[in-house]
Design a protein. Structure first.
Length: 52
């Protein structure tokens, strides 16, 4: 699921439905509990280039 959110151009709702969730708010709560941030925040943070 994380790979699709990071690399995919799919909307978060489409990822949620593909994962078996029938509610975006339930998916967002579940994801935030597991990852510490919402799917949108996660995608945004993962796409930032790292500074070395």
């Amino acid at each position: 699921m994380k790979i699709v959110i990071i690399n995919g151009d799919e909307k978060v709702i489409d990822v949620a439905w593909a994962a078996g969730f029938t509610s975006l708010s339930v998916f967002n709560r579940f994801f935030k509990k597991q990852m510490g941030q919402t799917p949108s925040e996660y995608r945004k943070n993962q796409s930032k280039p790292s500074i070395n």
